[in-house]
Design a protein. Structure first.
Ligand SMILES: Cc1cc2nc3c(=O)[nH]c(=O)nc-3n(C[C@H](O)[C@H](O)[C@H](O)COP(=O)(O)O)c2cc1C
Length: 218
């Protein structure tokens, strides 16, 4: 008897044919190339173009992945924010390496980033925290991210206690347990979908002489 919950997706396929990516199309600097593609993703109205899959791993090599939001990028790297006590925070404290993947479906583009990870400075995290709506700032005090809760009500009780604690306080401060991580890239790949699965892949790798470009087989 066939499994009623099994999905056979073997015929679910799309042809990617929007564009091509050549060695001469890309910038010398991968961050400049990322900025150019990000602007095109925004222009194409990709929903939440700064959503990225973040992969981390325990020191013994058990991987985990989740979506987070890119909040800044420059020559120093790619920054996101979270609770340092979370699963990803603990994994990054023990094994400070990560990978990121963006999928911009309307453009048939993927960007992959790999590198070591460092914490953002407290000043940088405080500056970002101050831009968050009050509810999100209170949420950072309320949630111990990735811990097990008995039920939703426990979270709401904690929120009520936090609301009371900060009643009348305009500048809800940055919690010690919360802040940014920066992925400092040593490899960045730009992927453009092409027909017949013969996609274009251009990878930048950091070498002693700077960024080196390679075309990878699809
Ligand atoms: C679109 C989207 C954006 C998210 N952005 C963040 C984020 O910026 N920071 C964060 O800590 N979690 C974010 N999350 C939640 C994470 O996916 C995840 O549930 C949470 O960080 C706990 O992960 P962990 O237990 O592996 O640490 C986001 C989820 C989605 C779907």
């Amino acid at each position: 008897m066939s499994d009623p919950s099994a999905l056979d997706l073997s015929l679910l396929r799309r042809t990617y044919a929007r564009a091509a990516l050549g060695e001469s199309d890309v910038a010398d600097d991968p961050i400049a190339q990322f900025a150019a593609w990000f602007a095109e993703a925004q222009h194409a109205q990709v929903p939440e173009p700064n959503g990225m899959t973040l992969a981390t791993a325990t020191p013994d090599g058990r991987p985990s992945a989740r979506v987070v939001l890119l909040k800044s990028v420059d020559a120093r790297g790619f920054v996101f924010f979270c609770d340092y006590r979370s699963r990803k925070g603990q994994e990054l404290d023990a094994n400070a390496r990560a990978a990121l993947a963006f999928w911009w479906e309307p453009l048939e583009r993927q960007v992959r980033v790999e590198g070591r990870v460092e914490r953002a400075s407290r000043e940088e995290s405080a500056a970002y925290f101050a831009t968050r709506p009050r509810g999100s700032r209170l949420g950072a005090w309320t949630s111990r991210q990735s811990s097990v809760l008995p039920d939703r009500a426990a979270l709401e009780r904690e929120l009520a206690a936090v609301e009371q604690r900060f009643a009348g306080v305009d500048d809800v401060p940055l919690p010690d347990h919360w802040g940014g991580f920066r992925v400092v890239p040593d490899a960045i790949e730009f992927w453009q979908g092409r027909p017949d699965r013969l996609h274009d892949r251009i990878r930048y790798r950091l070498t002693s002489g700077g960024w080196t470009l390679d075309r990878l087989s699809p």
